[in-house]
Design a protein around this ligand. Structure first.
Ligand SMILES: Cc1ncc(COP(=O)(O)O)c(C=O)c1O
Length: 408
């Protein structure tokens, strides 16, 4: 496995050569990543050369449709699913609401779903609202000290009433990577489908959803170097089981079935730039010169290795401080580089102080109030969150460590 060429990587992101951002180290990546050049180029091309209703028989329109199809085909290949099992929506939260509505219609009063208190509200609130229609909502709870979800606790909650288990691939504040394939196998054995929020995991390497076994897998392209879109995998068996949420005449097409509104043509077309970027990384680092699926797997591991090597010293530094509580595990191999810190003062104020040291970070609850409360974090203080990705350099980590020394 080769080592990530950080200069090559950063050359693919215009933000790193933007004069107004010089000297600013970006550590709010879990909120939204920088956008890679292939995505920006495709977006510009769509708006300048196409910008027509796609799929009509004139050339500009034919190309517009072809670019949208290319995005779904190539991203689906990276995710290890069929092209029509991937669809786009305005955001992950809106995609979740659509799926929750489908389950609301499909389920019977007295049946049950399981949600966690580790999730971002997007994969929690929409499902909990099914209780209004007589659906039993059971909560799979985290360990209040570590923030971990124990699969054994899930096994104890399952019975033949449960139709769905919702959980995150990794939480946007706890950061620990959940064993999705193991959890999914437990849920499937009990006859339940699973819905996995992959928003906090996908930026660190798009996963092979087929290998994970999830029936629904959600992530947000704007946190994964792309445009502001929600990406959603719905596997065929579940997609054909749930009632159609789109216009009646679109219900036979799986990728249209859970997209009630007209899609954002330009942004979907631009999403193919994420696949271009992954291909460019693979080729540059001597990865497989084959399919998008193979390149995706290679780039996933390449990103992960770089991130883990930068993350461990950061975790060591923050976990050695008395006035800081690191949320989640201190083992870099087990988590994403999304590091939330509970301090003994207001986290947003501390983020403001970091800004004077050229660190872009945030403080608050990050819509993850449930896990923070379960872990005893004062919601009024919130957590300071520093999150990075594979394009982050050692120099930026050093800048962060110096800035933390100065303000904590
Ligand atoms: C883990 C997680 N899930 C879901 C979401 C919601 O994503 P979207 O903004 O696309 O609705 C976020 C956004 O911050 C998130 O961090």
């Amino acid at each position: 496995m080769s080592t990530l060429d950080i200069d090559f990587v950063r050359a693919q992101f215009p933000a790193f050569s933007e004069p107004s951002l010089q000297g600013q180290a970006f550590f709010e990546n879990a909120g939204g990543s920088y956008t890679c050049k292939p995505v920006l180029d495709r977006l510009f091309r769509y708006y300048t050369e196409r910008k027509v209703q796609p799929y009509a028989p004139y050339e500009a329109s034919r190309l517009a449709g072809a670019e949208m199809d290319e995005a779904r085909r190539r991203l689906a290949a990276i995710l290890g699913v069929d092209t029509d099992e991937l669809s786009f929506g305005p955001s992950t939260t809106q995609n979740t609401y659509v799926m929750a509505q489908a389950f609301r219609q499909w389920m019977q009063p007295g049946e049950a779903i399981i949600v966690t208190n580790q999730d971002h509200e997007a994969n929690s609130g929409p499902w909990r609202r099914l209780a209004e229609d007589g659906i039993e909502v059971r909560e799979w709870q985290i360990d209040p000290e570590t923030g971990s979800l124990d699969p054994q606790d899930l096994a104890n909650l399952l019975d033949d009433k449960v139709r769905l288990v919702c959980f995150p691939h990794c939480s946007n504040v706890v950061g620990e990577i959940n064993p999705v394939a193991e959890i999914t196998a437990i849920a499937h054995a009990a006859g339940a489908f699973v819905c996995v929020d992959g928003v906090s995991y996908a930026p660190h390497g798009l996963p092979n959803v087929d290998e994970l076994g999830a029936d629904i897998y959600l992530f947000s392209a704007y946190k994964t170097y792309g445009p502001h879109q929600g990406c959603m995998v719905v596997r065929r068996k579940l997609g054909q089981t749930l009632p159609n949420q789109a216009h009646f005449f679109n219900g036979d097409v799986l990728y249209k079935r859970f997209t009630p509104a007209g899609p954002d043509h330009a942004q979907i077309a631009a999403s193919a730039g994420m696949a271009d970027y992954i291909a460019a990384l693979s080729v540059h680092h001597g990865g497989p010169d084959g399919s998008d699926t193979q390149r995706g797997a290679f780039v996933h591991d390449l990103m992960r290795k770089h991130e883990v090597s930068l993350l461990q010293p950061l975790l060591d530094a923050v976990s050695n401080r008395n006035a800081v509580r690191l949320i989640g595990t201190a083992d870099a191999e087990k988590r994403a580089p999304t590091v939330a810190l509970a301090l003994n003062r207001n986290a947003e104020e501390v983020a403001g102080e970091l800004a004077t040291h050229g660190i872009m970070a945030g403080g608050g609850d990050f819509y993850a109030g449930r896990p923070l409360q379960a872990m005893g974090v004062d919601p009024a203080q919130g957590v300071l969150r520093v999150s990075f990705t594979h394009y982050t350099s050692q120099q930026e980590i050093d800048q962060l460590l110096n800035a933390l020394d100065a303000v904590l």
